[in-house]
Design a binder for this molecule. Structure first.
Ligand SMILES: N=c1c2ncn([C@@H]3O[C@H](COP(=O)(O)OP(=O)(O)OP(=O)(O)O)[C@@H](O)[C@H]3O)c2ncn1[C@@H]1O[C@H](COP(=O)(O)O)[C@@H](O)[C@H]1O
Length: 109
């Protein structure tokens, strides 16, 4: 999975206008060239569509909308010069740490 996300992130990075991505030929180039407000608006829309799909409970719709959401998050990460490997590394750092334990340690601080 990590390999695929890395490859997709590389494709997205290659669509940066300064790397020759053309807004006429590429959805990603078009979205990157519109800037952060347009990218973040798409994430908001896709998050809402994911929630609605989950409420409907149709597995294919949940997978489809979650893919749209993840994809647009990858575009957002690229816009800010970040990589999916960094998100996976953060999840890996949390592996085995109960969310409840983490929350109570924060409340002690
Ligand atoms: N995985 C995706 C992917 N998932 C979703 N989308 C596009 O994201 C858009 C989702 O927006 P909506 O569903 O809201 O549809 P819409 O109403 O047409 O969108 P808007 O006009 O509102 O932006 C659609 O145009 C989808 O085609 C994607 N576009 C590209 N990719 C990947 O990115 C690569 C590079 O794409 P290009 O930059 O277009 O070459 C592709 O080879 C794919 O691997």
């Amino acid at each position: 999975m990590n390999d695929f996300l890395s490859r997709l992130a590389d494709t997205i990075a290659s669509r940066r206008p300064e790397r020759g991505g053309s807004p006429d030929a590429s959805y990603v180039a078009r979205l990157l060239s519109k800037g952060p407000d347009a990218i973040l608006k798409k994430i908001g829309e896709e998050a809402t569509e994911t929630v609605m799909a989950a409420k409907d409970g149709v597995p294919e719709k949940i997978v489809y909308e979650t893919a749209d959401l993840w994809f647009h998050c990858l575009v957002m990460l690229e816009y800010y010069g970040l990589r999916p490997e960094q998100v996976v590394a953060e999840l890996a750092r949390r592996e085995g740490l109960s969310g409840l334990d983490e929350k109570s340690s924060r409340q002690l601080k």
